[in-house]
Ligand binder design. Structure first.
Ligand SMILES: *Cc1c(COP(=O)(O)O)cnc(C)c1O
Length: 393
């Protein structure tokens, strides 16, 4: 029996045992509603305040600027729709990029149906947004720019500081989807000039169904849920107390060792990238070589379907992802790979391996030892590859 090698950390992460331990009291003895009046409930309320403070500190924000949500998707919806509705008197134009997560792209599309206008910026062949292009796209009626911190498929890290300078110049709000970047690299919302930032707990070893939105003091934004007074009257609903406590614990752990984690991941990442590119012909790295999340490997293999590679890897106990939007049930190639200029057939043959701080070099070796055989076997079944080799001779 193979041991499991988990290289799909961009999809979700395992809950850290210490996070689970921190959560348990709030599901048992301390299971009070933080809005109630008795001592136990007030203790829970105080614990939430501390969690808010812990998270705020990691971003150089104030606790009052952290709003708990149910996930990264909700945080993106909250920021984009909230700003759009609250600022419609100023304008109805929004700007984003073509490589955003669907939580952003589909929020934008929903607004388009309501009469808003959206500009989708192109990215270059590495997935970078050009601040000068953004500068030209901003109009007098532009109210919001939403650009991700780092891309979930190809790992490219966007020039957020330069982008925020452009937004400042035009007095336009900047929302950043940092779901992949937060707790995986240091982020300072003040020096980066970010007005709103989305994060999701299950992408950094906390549980699914947790997330938060940073909203800078003074940003004009509509409340997301109507009901009670929770989250400073902006997001009603009894708090996911245990989840929030766990998320704060997870971010505390991650930030206490963030440099070590990053340098370990980078070592593993570069080992995998270097070996694959060297040992497997007709392979290419997708995304920027340096401006890249430390845990992300995304390689395109010509003449191969991503899905068949995933099944072959599954047979040897490796969990990975491909560049196809399999979640949507369609076989459309990823919008991200198309946006960086890959033709359909190349976009289909991509493999994403996302490691973490616990991935060992042995795991990386096992994957790299097996991949050339897998690729060769799959190519040997491809008529396209056969033709290609024949024509070459
Ligand atoms: C995972 C992800 C999301 C969605 O977060 P959920 O918590 O799963 O809803 C949004 N944006 C990016 C970049 C992501 O990677």
């Amino acid at each position: 029996m193979n041991r499991l090698i988990y290289m799909d950390n961009a999809a979700t992460t395992f809950v850290d045992k210490r996070v689970l331990e921190a959560m348990l009291p709030y599901l048992t003895d301390m299971c009070f509603n933080p809005s109630s009046i008795y001592d136990g409930a007030q203790d829970v309320h105080a614990a939430l305040d501390i969690a808010r403070e812990t998270i705020a500190k990691t971003l150089n924000a104030n606790a009052r600027e952290i709003y708990f949500t149910s996930c990264g998707t909700e945080s993106d919806n909250f920021a984009i729709k909230g700003v759009a509705y609250a600022n419609r008197d100023k304008g109805k134009h929004l700007i984003t990029s073509k490589i955003e997560h669907h939580a952003v792209l589909h929020s934008m599309a929903a607004l388009e149906k309501e009469g808003y206008e959206v500009t989708y910026l192109d990215v270059d062949e590495n997935g970078l947004v050009d601040p000068a292009t953004l500068d030209k796209a901003i109009r007098p009626d532009t109210i919001l720019v939403s650009i991700m911190y780092a891309n979930n498929e190809i790992g490219t890290i966007e020039p957020i500081k330069e982008i925020s300078e452009v937004c400042k110049k035009h007095s336009v709000y900047l929302h950043v989807d940092a779901v992949q970047a937060y707790a995986h690299m240091p982020i300072d919302v003040v020096s980066d000039g970010i007005d709103m930032l989305s994060a999701s707990g299950h992408k950094f070893n906390a549980m699914k169904g947790t997330g938060f939105l940073y909203i800078k003091k003074g940003v004009k934004i509509r409340n997301f849920m109507d009901g009670g007074a929770q989250e400073f009257r902006k997001r009603a609903g009894t708090e996911n107390v245990a989840g929030i406590i766990g998320m704060a614990k997870a971010t505390e752990i991650a930030h206490s060792e963030i440099e070590e984690r990053m340098s370990h991941e980078k070592m593993i990442r570069d080992y995998i990238i270097d070996r694959i590119l060297k040992e497997i012909p007709y392979s290419r790295l997708n995304g920027h070589r340096e401006k890249r999340l430390t845990n992300n490997v995304n390689i395109g293999f010509e003449f191969i379907e991503g899905e068949s590679m995933l099944l072959a890897l599954n047979d040897i106990g490796v969990c990975a992802s491909s560049g196809s939007a399999c979640t949507s049930g369609s076989l459309d190639p990823s919008h991200v790979l198309l946006a960086i200029g890959l033709p359909h057939e190349k976009a289909h043959g991509s493999l994403r391996l996302t490691v973490d701080h616990t991935t060992s070099l042995d795991d990386a070796k096992l994957v790299c030892d097996n991949l050339p055989k897998i690729v060769e076997r799959l190519r040997s079944m491809s008529p396209l590859y056969e033709d290609f080799i024949k024509n070459k001779k």
